[in-house]
Design a protein around this ligand. Structure first.
Ligand SMILES: *Cc1c(COP(=O)(O)O)cnc(C)c1O
Length: 395
């Protein structure tokens, strides 16, 4: 039985899977079973923030695994407390508290629960409605899929869905959608899955000010934008706003599953309100500490800035040179995209890139998405774009 056959027989076929079998990773280079190298511009959809085979991360995981991998949240967990402190300090939002989960969807579930309880307990009338945006993506659980503002996700196959979510076309439309039962607005600052679309800083700041005045919570889903993806620790730092609730996941554990919801409303959830068996265990929080150690050092010494400038220059050159294929380049930091003229071009680019041994992603209907590791080297960036040009030169 081949690997492909085995996968098809025993794994539920929920993905349109490619069957290249990767057996080794070094930095932003992956090797298949035949020893061929691939440049990784996707980092496991923004997860491998410190690349593959990072020694500091690997050592932290190994050392932790030899001692305690997991106890339970009924006991205090030292690396969990340390990681919570580290995240709060790096965010610059002094007085926040964190709950650890295992994924982005779960982090968003936590955020929605905090908002719901806030709306239940802080006002005379019950407030429970959460406004999100069209083209957003917030996860795959029944609740977070309903929070996701894309009709195609709300198929009757999984209905009924929880009430209380509505979607607006733009930030500007949010103002009129607010009513007496609205408790929160949930947004990404750069829509990732929706097409690598950043919002204007001014419109986000204006919304944040308005929501604060109205007593409505601003929840920022930083599952993809967080952990230096946009060049700052949080995209909220880049936008210079202070959300009530922020969620993190993808890049935080460098590949070890972890999610986090942080809030300044530390008093809302009390004992028994929320929980997770695995969330914040020794292994995942030790991994998180190692990741933040690596990346915060690179941020402070200017390497993160240098890398994203370098990547940006290369991408701009491609966008200009191949304006027959691409409308424009989009995104922020190391969360980038090329908006293809149509979906056929997008599909052909993705297919050809893989043939040239370069891993890129799609986003939205016509965007080719780049989410390299934050630690990617200049050589790997050069080689990746060389392969990208070869891939598209025949289109
Ligand atoms: C990936 C993603 C999620 C879902 O995260 P999972 O870990 O797959 O549950 C939620 N929100 C955003 C913005 C994401 O990019």
């Amino acid at each position: 039985m081949t690997l492909e056959q085995q996968d098809k027989q025993y794994v539920l076929q929920t993905y349109a899977r490619d069957y290249t079998n990767f057996v080794k990773g070094v930095g932003s280079t992956l090797y298949d079973e035949n020893g061929r190298d691939y440049i990784d511009f996707a980092s496991g959809i923004g997860v491998n923030s410190v690349g593959h085979g990072n020694e500091k991360l690997a050592n932290a995981i190994c050392e932790q695994a030899k001692n305690i991998i997991h106890i339970s949240n009924l006991q205090v967990i030292e690396p969990q407390a340390k990681l919570a402190q580290k995240i709060v300090e790096l965010s610059g939002y002094d007085d926040m508290g964190i709950f650890f989960a295992n994924s982005g969807a779960e982090a968003n579930e936590g955020a929605i629960k905090i908002a719901r309880k806030y709306g239940e307990t802080k006002f005379d009338n019950k407030k429970y409605k959460v406004i999100t945006l069209e083209h957003s993506f917030h996860g795959r659980t029944i609740t977070t899929v309903k929070a996701t503002g894309q009709e195609s996700f709300h198929t009757p196959n999984f209905s009924p869905y929880p009430d209380g979510f509505s979607y607006e076309k733009s930030i500007n439309d949010v103002y009129n959608a607010i009513d007496d039962e609205t408790v929160a607005v949930l947004i990404e600052l750069v829509q990732g899955e929706g097409g690598v679309q950043p919002f204007e800083k001014e419109e986000i700041q204006k919304l944040a000010t308005h929501l604060k005045a109205k007593g409505i919570l601003l929840i920022v889903d930083e599952v993809q934008t967080g952990v230096y993806r946009t060049g700052e620790f949080l995209a909220s730092n880049l936008y210079e706003i202070e959300p009530d609730i922020i969620t993190l996941a993808k890049g935080l554990g460098g590949g070890v599953p972890i999610g986090a919801v942080m809030t300044k409303h530390k008093e809302i959830l009390s004992a028994g309100d929320h929980g997770s068996t695995f969330g914040g265990n020794y292994l995942s929080t030790s991994a998180g500490l190692a990741v933040l150690d690596v990346l915060s050092t690179m941020y402070t010494n200017g390497t993160v800035d240098e890398t994203l400038l370098y990547f940006s220059e290369k991408l701009k050159m491609i966008a200009e040179k191949y304006e027959g294929l691409f409308e424009k380049e989009v995104g922020l930091g190391l969360m980038r995209g090329l908006r293809a003229k149509n979906a056929e071009i997008q599909g052909a680019v993705l297919k050809n890139a893989l043939k040239e041994r370069l891993i890129v992603l799609k986003a939205g209907r016509n965007t080719v998405r780049f989410l390299p590791s934050i630690t990617i080297s200049k050589n790997e960036i050069d080689e990746g774009f060389k392969r990208f040009e070869t891939a598209i030169s025949t289109l």
